[in-house]
Design a protein around this ligand. Structure first.
Ligand SMILES: *[C@@H]1O[C@H](CO)[C@@H](O)[C@H](O)[C@H]1NC(C)=O
Ligand SMILES: *[C@@H]1O[C@H](CO)[C@@H](O)[C@H](O)[C@H]1NC(C)=O
Length: 448
């Protein structure tokens, strides 16, 4: 299967990855490191300019990119008057490609991910990047995966109105602090705005005017921090749309677990506590989440999903590389760096390490039981080492796409949305699935 080629040449990639992580550790805090990790590994979620090599190669590959795959940035004019702004005070933004044919009145709204910021300092740093300011966003981005307009790659959503909402608030589109502040101890500090919730409402309001208000079908999706946002905003989204419309939500790689890391600490929960407090996120938790004793719980899908009314699809690799690197085995919990190699490619994991990862998979599946019990809900848990599969052609539905029970993600999500059949696929444990791309060869494979 050509996998050995990818493996043998993966040493360079691995070295680069380790070097990147070391650099990021020196210069950035946990949260911004995460977002960089995303961008590094998933060029499609970044701008074409920062991943031109990817675009170039793709043109020769199995999914040739058309001119129309580049979609313009739209700024939401008038949002500033409603205090609906990015961290730096700039206007919220999205990319919209109009639907056509039978998809004319259907809307797919996808939210960008990219970690969170948990302190004034890290949010101030973020405010000077595309994850905190529309001033830094590329004017055009590539639409791929669930946003592809190719009928073969994206059979059920290719002709829908397609939107990618840009992420620039640092709290999964859910912060809401009334006063703006100038953080102390930050060089050239500007006012910082924690307005994710208002930003999200302003974008949806703008889209309602552009035809979303007459939608027949609508799907709110998102990846990573955007995948969490898809869960947090799901029921609210449904309420904005006509009663007769079919409305559903898809969370890709957003099922972050409330678990102890390998050192026994709930380090990710502590991180979330800081984000929630800093950005006053609890003001906007779904009404149904009433965890007054511990507000952090309403930021974890495992506690949220039971009360969600709108049909939801959970797409998550069993070994989500982001969770593995940042929740289960954060650097702070691996002082001896015994996991460094394994964290970057499972072929370097010892038997003992794999056993620990199997434990996390078990926890994920346990905490998804609630999803399996709900009518009209969907599930795709493949035993791959990946993150954010819906945005990438090759994971969504490409020739080399991962499959469970011979089904691709695109096929399963389509069957769920249109209720063609029950769509709940849970894979056997690693390394049982030969369709999983090797983690370090993943990018290489995409470029083929
Ligand atoms: C983990 O928790 C222990 C005990 O609360 C604490 O001493 C230690 O510093 C924590 N480690 C990390 C990496 O946060
Ligand atoms: C798997 O699916 C493909 C296309 O969807 C089909 O051609 C193939 O026969 C299927 N394989 C098995 C073993 O069912």
């Amino acid at each position: 299967m050509g996998l050995s080629v990818a493996y043998s040449s993966s040493a360079v990639v691995l070295l680069l990855a380790v070097a990147t992580i070391v650099l990021l550790l020196v210069f950035e805090d946990e949260s911004s490191q995460l977002s960089r990790t995303l961008v590094d590994y998933f060029p499609s979620s970044s701008s074409p300019s920062s991943s031109s090599a990817f675009v170039q190669h793709q043109t020769d590959g199995e999914s040739s990119q058309l001119e129309s795959d580049l979609v313009d940035l739209t700024l939401v004019e008038g949002a500033a008057e409603k205090d609906a702004v990015c961290l730096d005070g700039s206007l919220p933004a999205y990319h919209l490609r109009r639907g056509f044919g039978s998809g004319k009145r259907n809307w797919l709204i996808h939210m960008e991910g990219g970690g969170w910021c948990s302190s004034d300092l890290s949010c101030a740093q973020r405010s000077q990047t595309s994850l905190g300011s529309s001033k830094h966003m590329a004017r055009q981005i590539l639409f791929s995966g669930i946003l592809s307009m190719s009928p073969s790659l994206n059979p059920d959503f290719y002709n829908w109105n397609q939107v990618k909402i840009r992420y620039c608030d640092g709290a999964s589109f859910s912060g809401d602090v009334d006063s703006d502040l100038v953080p102390s101890g930050v060089r050239n500090a500007q006012h910082i705005h924690y307005r994710g919730q208002k930003l999200w409402q302003a974008v949806i309001g703008d889209l309602l005017h552009r035809g979303l208000a007459d939608a027949d079908k609508a799907l709110l999706s998102g990846c990573s921090a955007g995948g969490l946002a898809a869960i947090l905003h799901c029921d609210k989204f449904q309420k904005f749309l006509p009663k007769k419309a079919t409305v559903k939500c898809l969370s890709d790689a957003g099922y972050f677990l409330d678990v102890q890391d390998i050192s026994g600490n709930y380090s990710f929960r502590s991180f979330y506590e800081k984000v929630i407090k800093l950005q006053n996120v609890q003001a906007n938790f779904p009404e149904s989440c009433d965890s007054k004793d511990d507000v952090t719980k309403c930021f974890f899908p495992e506690y949220l999903v039971k009360d969600i009314q709108t049909p939801l699809f959970i797409l998550n690799p069993a070994y989500d590389v982001w969770q593995l690197q940042n929740i289960w085995i954060p650097d702070s919990a691996d002082i001896s760096k015994a996991w460094n190699l394994c964290k970057n490619d499972p072929i370097h994991c010892s038997e003992g390490q794999i056993e620990i990862l199997q434990g996390y998979r078990k926890k994920l599946i346990e905490r998804l039981k609630i999803v399996q019990q709900k009518d009209l809900w969907g599930l795709f848990i493949n035993s791959c080492f990946l993150h954010c599969q819906s945005e990438v052609d090759t994971a969504w539905n490409g020739l080399h796409a991962p499959r469970v029970n011979n089904q691709t993600i695109a096929e399963t999500v389509g069957e769920w949305f249109f209720e063609r059949k029950i769509a709940q696929e849970v894979d056997c444990a690693y390394p049982c699935n030969p369709t999983c791309p090797p983690w370090n060869g993943w990018r290489r494979k995409m470029l083929k």
